[in-house]
Design a protein around this ligand. Structure first.
Ligand SMILES: [Mn+2]
Length: 275
């Protein structure tokens, strides 16, 4: 991953969405700057790619949540207009909805890969707790694959089980399985989509490797599994972008969650297919 000063030269636009609004759990707005500090920790990606990235300034909070969400939507549309792939560092999970809404302006058949400990389909917890409930209702979103789930309400369990768009791969189903096999299963579910977007909540990863987040959920992905999954998925030409959300530097230990976040973005960016 190489930062370039020229947006024309870059195949990827990186931006932060420094947003705490919409949740009672502040701190995620510090993640974009903290994660950025750790890009220098890595010399070269494991897959030996070297894609050019243009770093845009962060989108910061407007006076109201609605205005913030609108500004994320408008800026994402701008990046996509120039035919760039996008990587966004959140922010809490509510930032995903305006990004996917921006994608609907350009694509009619969108597949979503949602990596998270939680389904985020809890109707009375809008915005952040129902972000995927809202995403699933967008007509352009044809399929959703969820990976890493391990804590859900009865309402969410029923919602996911009865929604033909959604394929859930909970943690209990992935023990002792290679992540490339899981990734292929997910690609199969999304095969009729024209583009794929990844939304990655850091709490999908086990708290032993990613303690800096709002919800501690034992029994998650190892850091290695997450890296392997990201490296595999990014190679799919249909993948147009990713957000990484819910890193809370205030709750972190020795920046380990932010370093892992930087690593995931680094590996994702370099595995992307740029034409
Ligand atoms: Mn979560």
């Amino acid at each position: 991953m190489e930062f370039t000063k020229s947006p024309d030269e870059a195949g990827i636009i990186l931006f932060g969405a420094a947003v705490d609004q919409g949740t009672e759990n502040p701190g995620c707005s510090d993640a974009p700057s903290k994660v950025r500090q750790h890009f220098d920790d890595f010399y070269f990606s494991e897959t030996a790619g070297n894609n050019k990235v243009f770093d845009r300034a962060d989108i910061v909070e407007s006076e109201t949540f609605e205005k913030t969400i609108d500004s994320i939507f408008r800026k994402t549309v701008e990046f996509l207009k120039h035919n760039k792939k996008i990587i966004c560092i959140g922010g809490n999970h509510s930032i995903t909805l305006p990004i996917v809404e921006a994608l609907t302006r350009f694509h009619e058949r969108i597949g979503i890969i949602h990596v998270d400990a939680h389904p985020d389909c809890q109707i009375d917890y809008f915005p952040y707790g129902d972000v995927m409930g809202a995403v699933s209702q967008l007509p352009e979103v044809k399929k959703i694959a969820m990976l890493g789930l391990r804590n859900w309400s009865k309402y969410e369990y029923d919602f996911i089980s009865n929604n033909p768009k959604i394929k859930a791969i909970p943690m209990k189903n992935i023990t002792h399985q290679k992540m490339c096999v899981i990734a292929e299963e997910i690609e199969h579910h999304l095969e009729n989509c024209d583009v794929i977007y990844v939304t990655f909540d850091i709490d999908a990863i086990d708290p032993s490797a990613a303690p800096g987040t709002g919800c501690i959920e034992p029994g998650g992905l190892t850091a290695r599994e997450a890296i392997e999954f990201i490296q595999h998925i990014a190679k799919n030409e249909k993948v147009v972008g990713m957000d990484l959300v819910e890193i809370n530097p205030n709750k972190d230990i020795s920046d380990m969650t932010s370093v892992l976040g930087a690593k995931l973005i680094f590996e994702f960016a370099d595995a992307l297919v740029i034409k």
